[in-house]
Design a protein around this ligand. Sequence first.
Ligand code: IMP
Ligand code: MG
Length: 369
Amino acid sequence: MIKLHDKYFKPFISAGEIEAAIDKMVVEIANDLGDEIPVFIGILNGSFMLTSDFVKKYPKPCEVTFIKLASYEGVKSSDDIQRLIGLTQDLTGRTVIILEDIIDTGKTLAEVNRIFENEKVKTLKIATLFYKPEAYKKDFKLHYIGIEIPNKFIVGYGLDYDNLGRDLPEVYQIKETQHMTNIVLFGPPGAGKGTQANFLKEKYNLVHISTGDVFRYNMKNDTALGMLAKSYIEKGALVPDQVTIDMLNAEVEKNADANGFIFDGFPRTTAQAEALNKLMDSKDSQINAMIALEVEDEVLVERLLKRGETSGRADDADESIIRNRLKVYYDETAVVSDFYSAQNKFIAVNGEGTIEDITERLSKVIDSL
Ligand code: IMP
Ligand code: MG
């Protein structure tokens, strides 16, 4: 992973893959042109590396020149494409091959085509090393394409993010989410996960996702998700994994700019932990630690009954439901800690004492991550 200015990028296309793509373009173009002596025109700044590597590999005589058009500033497209600089050569009757580093929306290409309308070239062909088909909005034919890529911002091999990254010999892709600290807050019902998460999210500017809270919100508002969840939660059983994962995915996506997440009440099974890893992976992120709050059973029952007096939660009011929730926790959920232990990500914290003391203990752990 690399950082340019404020953004993180991950390795995407290796120098070897780039070279293979250029080799392929060289062969195609050389075959098509035969003994014609082409003028290769690189579009600065982005295609300086491509142009250099390309003409070194080109097997026959050729001419090389560059033109420059102002293109994107940073990540976002700017609407004003400025004037063309550098076309001083008479190209009348010549076979011209434009060498582009990347074709995104095609706006730059439209400008190139517009400029060449006035030149009496014999043929004008477009070759681009990278091409984003999902972003391309024009009809101009692209004669030679090196590598098709998804519509995500890349840097390296001539391409920049605010002028950094052009020098990299390989290509990096912007990370889906930026640098995050993601924590699974773990422990039996009544351990104080929700209470502590509320302090920690303020302190570390994290987004707190309590699957239970999201379900309760949906149940209260009688959404489809809520009705479905209700049938399980009222019995003290677990909601099926896929339902929960879909919901989490939506919550993570809503907060893609966050510093990180505190997952509270999830994962509760190894399958869920695996699904969560996959989810974080798909966001170019990871779970940094599972922090478990450890509390004696009798303290838990006492805490939950007390909460039941005011929370209005049906599953807090009845001691037998509480004991069943604890049993589910020990039978089905506690094993999840093994999953994180195996990855050296499990950290146990004493969950008894004052709220402040426990926050203090948790903060020490988070600071050490
Ligand atoms: P287009 O005019 O939208 O096709 O974009 C072409 C220009 O935008 C390129 O020459 C680049 O300067 C810039 N650009 C488009 N996509 C990227 C990218 O993923 N990384 C870096 N620059 C890009
Ligand atoms: Mg360019």
